[in-house]
Ligand binder design. Sequence first.
Ligand SMILES: CC[C@H](C(=O)O)C(=O)SCCNC(=O)CCNC(=O)[C@H](O)C(C)(C)COP(=O)(O)OP(=O)(O)OC[C@H]1O[C@@H](n2cnc3c(N)ncnc32)[C@H](O)[C@@H]1OP(=O)(O)O
Ligand SMILES: [Co+2]
Length: 133
Amino acid sequence: MLTNVEHIGIAVKDISASNDLFTKLFNVPPYKSESVESEGVTTSFFKINETKVELLEATNPDSAIAKFIEKKGEGIHHIAFEVDDILAEMKRLEAEGFTLLNPTPKRGADNKLVCFLHPKGTNGVLIELCQSI
Ligand SMILES: CC[C@H](C(=O)O)C(=O)SCCNC(=O)CCNC(=O)[C@H](O)C(C)(C)COP(=O)(O)OP(=O)(O)OC[C@H]1O[C@@H](n2cnc3c(N)ncnc32)[C@H](O)[C@@H]1OP(=O)(O)O
Ligand SMILES: [Co+2]
């Protein structure tokens, strides 16, 4: 079951400059910075009460973030939902006709197992499922 919005992912060109910008905006500094080599990203996380924002900068040109920014520029990249059982949700969503972008859960940032759904099947919104490890 999807339980809540876990984070909003924002693609940025320069995470250091964006950290400064969002620290001013949120009036709190990022609580974590983490690179996920398998995704070709470096991330920083902000928490405003229960709401999390994840900034993502590409660390190589093949990264999904690099391609996104090349095509669409900086901006909202994905919405992540917390799930209580990622394997069950993946099975349910696949049976409902959604396209999983990774057949098994993969290691994400912030101590999560993640799976992505193709945006073509979700009205153009990239959806990430997250289960705490
Ligand atoms: C895991 C670490 C961290 C975490 O929270 O733990 C992250 O969130 S990492 C986030 C970065 N990783 C990913 O996004 C992995 C999943 N993404 C993908 O597999 C690709 O980005 C994919 C398949 C969504 C798009 O791949 P690619 O850009 O190579 O293909 P296309 O350019 O052909 O795109 C196909 C079609 O999708 C549209 N698109 C691409 N990205 C997005 C997006 N973020 N939101 C909405 N739509 C998107 C793109 O414009 C194409 O549409 P078209 O109409 O054909 O132009
Ligand atoms: Co994310």
